[in-house]
Design a protein around this ligand. Structure first.
Ligand code: NAD
Length: 320
């Protein structure tokens, strides 16, 4: 039997807490060598449409699967979201399909969970000011997930398109946090900075970040995107979800190309979670998490959705 869990059910099935636990366990399994991602396929379909497949195997979690998804800029005009994705799960022993799960909300939840895991593990315990660079679709999820792991007292935000900031301010208000739209140089006041933009060039520069800050750089997931100055990676202790992606399609691609850091300088966050590597080493150290987004994150949250749906008798079972 295969269970279909439609997109419309996900919001009631998977919480930010579920996503956090699933993603944290997956990163640790990757570090222990129990789980690995298969090579990513990403193709330009023409007319700015992109499509790709992110897949992997988690032996510990008993998960095999793929997220098929892409970007279709014409969708908004048709009343649909531009990003469309679906996760397919298979039995790792037999290869039989076990589930098909709507992947749009799950993508936002798993991406926000990754940065929250990094903040939880790497930010100073006394972090009080959260800086947000970016105010698009993902930014709201990022802000909510970050607020779960530290007692922030204030949120400051910058966005290239300033008119998008009030929407992010409303999310802060929903969390009971004061929000201030600021210039980039005011990011020096932040203890944690989340970057979540589709920028092709660095917004956040070395001088915008003070000692002891944790940066979660979440927007760069493709060659050619860039959110922060390479000098910041040279100054920071750098962590990532997967080193192979970090140096090719992540934020580190630029610092690597400029010879400022080497792949060996980058620590998988899973190694910190699994107790195999040190995290933050001092209160003055800048820590930077390069979140590139791996297929195993998608499988982990889809698995959580399936278990919840099964427990509640939701979804549609089909024989195939
Ligand atoms: P969105 O289209 O809703 O928002 C885009 C954001 O980028 C906005 O804040 C916009 O103002 C900003 N921006 C656009 N052009 C810019 C420029 N030239 N300079 C600076 N900022 C600019 O997108 P979203 O869904 O919020 O996604 C944001 C980014 O996160 C995208 O690059 C997306 O591919 C990436 N993403 C990463 C992961 C991951 O796992 N790491 C997962 C999902 C999405």
């Amino acid at each position: 039997m295969m269970l279909i869990v439609p997109e419309a059910l996900i919001a009631d099935l998977v919480t930010a807490e579920d996503a956090f636990a699933a993603v944290e366990a997956t990163f640790a399994a990757m570090a222990r060598g129990e789980a690995y991602n298969f090579p990513v396929v990403r193709e330009a379909l023409g007319g700015d449409r992109q499509y790709g497949f992110k897949s992997g195997l988690d032996r510990a979690g008993g998960m095999l699967g793929v997220k098929a998804g892409g970007y279709f800029p014409g969708n908004l005009a048709r009343g649909m979201t531009n990003h469309q994705s679906t996760v397919y799960l298979f039995d790792p022993e037999t290869g039989r399909p076990t589930a098909m799960v709507g992947g749009n909300l799950l993508t936002a939840l798993r991406t926000a969970a990754a940065s929250a895991v990094s903040i939880d593990r790497l930010a100073r315990r006394d972090a009080r000011v959260l800086g947000m660079v970016g105010a698009g679709h993902q930014a709201a999820y990022q802000l909510r997930a970050a607020a779960r792991v530290r007692k922030f007292e204030k949120v400051i935000g910058w966005n290239y398109h300033a008119d998008m900031l009030p929407k992010l301010g409303a999310v802060a208000a929903e969390l009971g946090l004061p929000f201030e739209a600021v210039s980039l140089d005011r990011m020096i006041e932040a203890d944690v900075i989340v970057t979540i933009t589709s920028s092709p060039a660095a917004s956040l520069l070395d001088g915008h970040v003070s000692a002891g800050t944790h940066l979660a750089c979440m927007g760069t997931d493709t060659k050619g995107k860039q959110e922060v100055a390479p000098a910041l990676l040279a100054r920071a202790r750098v962590f990532t979800d997967e080193v192979a992606q970090s140096v090719t399609i992540g934020e580190a691609q630029h610092a690597i190309a400029e010879g400022l850091i080497r792949a060996e300088d980058i620590t998988p966050i899973g190694a910190v979670i699994a107790g195999m590597a040190e995290g933050r080493q001092s209160n003055d150290q800048i820590t930077l998490f390069d979140g590139t987004g791996v297929g195993l994150q998608d499988l982990a949250v889809a698995g959580a959705a399936v278990r919840r749906a099964e427990a509640r008798g939701l979804g549609v079972s089909v024989t195939i």
